[in-house]
Design a protein around this ligand. Structure first.
Ligand code: GAP
Length: 444
């Protein structure tokens, strides 16, 4: 993980937030390549979940909702972690994770293991961030930053059913920020307090719930494989009844083998009719499906839910590679071309040569209209290649002496380092075809 954090920082993917003020624990800002990578994750998810399907529509609900939403959903009462304070070192720990925590005074020991440790009883700590709406700051104005995007979908069920003229099975997908006052954030972006969720609530006839639950586990698993994550580093893990959330009648995590061990990348849950029933009861608005033939029922909900941050880390970990080529070490991010922040680099071999620069600039201007590409004329060609390898750019087009003679360029493949020559006029079509090709990582 240290290498990923260091690369992210060095190449401006991600850096600690509010750094000039000493930071704010586990809060991060995204630089240029981080933004590009996040954009790609977001749009590939949207493509698979909405664009390529007839049965799912999009939604963008508010972050601050009527607080009654969170009473109905169970978050006010149960979205808590058990917390223990140490009166000696003044640190806070998750009561259920003492074995994974370190004592504030003696880090080699767990909290409670030294004679100086003075731990309080465990008490429940709600993870929702509170705020106030309006000018008054009293009980009546309390509101919450949403801890998940899902509830914004449930409370719009009726709108979508009527306005988008849908009938189960159909889904509503949403991407947006969620906030949780995590007690033990950490492991880079893996557990943060502000993150971007991508959730889809799929409403089905109750009798079909189990089938759709299995369907979405497979769909989502295959999506990761399609975008190049090694299957050996992915697994499905079904929760035991004790582990499941209050709303779930079945949950399977798609786990990735992060440097911290197998951990949840995405969760797929069968939420039954819990949410629609709760909101029907608390709001007084019936959230049910009524068919043309008078058939009526409360749909069950299957939910695949993930954050961009967890995918971001999985992609960087899975893509990170080091190798020695011609006695020189190179660091390379072996990202699927569709995911890579920059699709191609355009490099004039000799930056002082005005003709090469002109050709390179011309190609850059042509490609940038359709793709994120980068023009680079800073430093030796070897260094420029290595800079692109580090950010995962799959292709580099080099303009050299021969280009000036016959209008061909060299294309270099990031993974194999193979080079071939192409007519400059055919580069755009070549790149478009190359970006569509299936890709498998050469990493073992
Ligand atoms: N609507 C269901 C729900 O929110 P969850 O398992 O609490 O379920 C869903 O969260 C997904 O959101 C997780 O699988 C994970 O990808 C992501 N996630 C949850 N907490 C996170 C955090 N603190 N930082 C980054 N991602 C988080």
């Amino acid at each position: 993980m240290d290498k990923i954090v260091s690369l992210s920082r060095r190449r401006g993917f991600v850096f600690p937030s509010s750094e000039i003020y000493g930071g704010l624990g586990s809060t991060y800002d995204y630089g240029h390549y981080g933004v590009l990578l996040k954009n790609n994750i977001r749009s590939l998810w949207f493509e698979a979940m909405v664009q390529e399907r007839d049965d799912i529509v999009a939604l963008d609900s508010a972050i601050i909702l009527n607080p009654k939403v969170w009473e109905a959903s169970g978050h006010v009462a149960t979205f808590t972690d058990p917390l223990i304070d140490c009166r000696t070192c003044k640190l806070r720990f998750r009561a259920d994770q003492l074995e994974q925590s370190s004592c504030g005074r003696k880090p080699s020991k767990h909290p409670g293991e030294t004679p100086d440790c003075d731990l309080t009883e465990a008490r429940q700590f709600n993870l929702m961030f509170e705020t106030h709406v309006g000018a008054l700051e009293d009980e009546s104005s309390i509101a919450y930053l949403r801890p998940e995007t899902a509830q914004g979908i449930f409370i719009n069920f009726k709108n979508v059913l009527q306005l988008a003229r849908r009938k189960p099975p159909f889904g509503i997908a949403q991407i947006g920020k969620s906030f949780r006052n995590e007690i033990t954030p950490g492991n880079f972006l893996f557990r943060v307090r502000e993150f971007e969720q991508m959730e889809m609530e799929y409403f089905v006839p109750p009798a079909e719930a189990e089938r759709w639950y299995r369907y979405w586990i497979d769909e989502r698993f295959n999506w990761y494989v399609k975008y190049g994550i090694r299957e050996s580093q992915l697994r499905k893990r079904e929760h035991s009844a004790e582990e499941r959330s209050h709303y779930s009648s079945g949950t399977t995590d798609i786990e990735y083998l992060y440097p911290i061990g197998w951990s949840e990348l995405e969760g797929v849950a069968n939420r039954g009719d819990f949410d629609l029933r709760q909101h029907t009861e608390h709001s007084g608005t019936k959230l049910e499906f009524v068919g043309d033939d008078g058939e009526r029922y409360t749909p069950y909900v299957i939910e695949p839910a993930v954050s961009i941050e967890r995918i971001f880390v999985a992609l960087l970990v899975d893509g990170y590679d080091e190798e020695v080529v011609a006695e020189r070490e190179r660091t390379v991010l072996r990202l699927h071309p569709a995911v890579a922040p920059v699709k191609a680099a355009i490099l004039p071999l000799i930056p002082r040569n005005a003709d090469m620069v002109e050709k390179a600039r011309g190609l850059y201007d042509e490609l940038r209209r359709r793709h994120i590409v980068e023009y680079d004329d800073g430093g030796q060609i070897g260094r420029r290649y290595r800079r692109q390898d580090e950010i995962g750019t799959p292709f580099a087009f080099t303009i050299d002496d021969q280009t000036l003679d016959d209008d061909t360029v060299t294309v270099r493949d990031r993974d194999s380092l193979a080079q071939e020559r192409l007519p400059i006029a055919g580069v755009r079509a070549w790149l478009e075809e190359a970006l569509e090709r299936p890709w498998r990582t050469p990493k073992a």
